[in-house]
Design a protein around this ligand. Sequence first.
Ligand code: DLL
Length: 433
Amino acid sequence: MERYFQPEIETASREQIKAWQDERLVKQVKHVWDNVPYYRKKMEEKGLTPDDIKSTDDLHKLPFLSKYDLREAYPYGLLAEPLENCVRIHSTSGTTGKRVVAFYTQHDIDLWDDCCARAITAAGGTKEDVCQVSYGYGLFTGGAGLNGGSHKVGCLTVPISSGNTERQIMFIMDLQATILCCTPSYAAYIGETMKEMGLTPDQIPLKAGIFGAEAWSEEMRHDIEKTLGIKAYDIYGLTEISGPGVAFECSAQSGMHINEDHFIAEIIDPVTEEVLPEGSEGELVFTSITKEAFPLLRYRTRDICVLTREKCPCGRTHVKMCKPRGRSDDMLIIRGVNVFPSQIETVLINQGYPANYQIIVDRVNHTDTLDVQVEMTPEMFTDNMGEIASRQKKLVEGLRSMLGLTAKVTLVAPKTIVRSEGKAVRVIDKRKI
Ligand code: DLL
């Protein structure tokens, strides 16, 4: 039997959902107009006032927001509540040290926790469960979001954060954890390690996993399900719109229901910005209609996907999104961490290397690897292995502090990296997802 966390909302009629969206959008536009001069200016530039937005049918009139706006308005420019009403921030890693900072009131956190609780319940979670949250805690939204949802459901929450795989496994076994929340690549790594330890799926107490924050394939889902003996559910979200739980998978495991009582989703053509009809592939755009502190209207996610309103056997009525099929920009997601090639370039250049480098991303045993090949200048070139090793070490450290990730760095001789006559190919992404 399908379980819901908020059945009256999750299975509401389409008319009811539209009525909530209409009412909340009108209220939200007014809230933003009154409190966010940055957005008010954008509306004025389009000749709009709140009176022009009477329902979701008028949504298309509103201007878009993009990551560019978030950077320009950093840190407080899009805040819609006095700071004293805010209780927390979260943040994503940014390209040039400027991060996206999202703000939350207590009410915002409460609603976000509800969204994550819906996801955990859809994965079969109840208060009887032990939920191990192995997403990173801190500025990243993964840990805090699933932690809040797990509390709401009433699970015994294990806030272990990511890393220290042996300890992860010890807690899963000793506390008899039944639900695991982490990135799919980390789940695969945990599974791999358990297998090497001789644990068979029937010895592992887990029954479900809630995996997201990065792209993962159906093949990867099957592998993880087989190794851990669980059902693996996808979960989607982004810091700007709250964090995990913007959309989540149900027992049908065929796309993620978007929490439409909180977020209005649109699909647009990323080039013309035209709104596309249901079923078309395009860029996903969200409007948050219940957020108080950081309400983004028509935010361009750069994630490419398809929406469908086909009836779902789980009984939920909210629109479903497919797994994002890629991004409309150059951002890489490596082990759940956002990485821009320009960040890597900055580290290299700061340490005196020319901009001749190649980034090779692969997935080995379901874990992302990041190899950076860096050309030395003729002046640096040497056959002194000790000197090369120490240079490589310094680059690894620089990259770790910029990205929060460990990369493998290889210094190569001058002129080894192929020059391009057109756009340089900096990134070779060998992952098949
Ligand atoms: O990744 C929030 C999150 C945490 C989602 C935990 C799910 C679980 P950001 O770090 O801001 O937030 O990155 C957001 O990650 O625009 C997508 O490109 C990508 N992404 C998130 N979930 C998925 C998913 C969190 N299930 C960016 N499948 C988004 C594919 C995903 N990509």
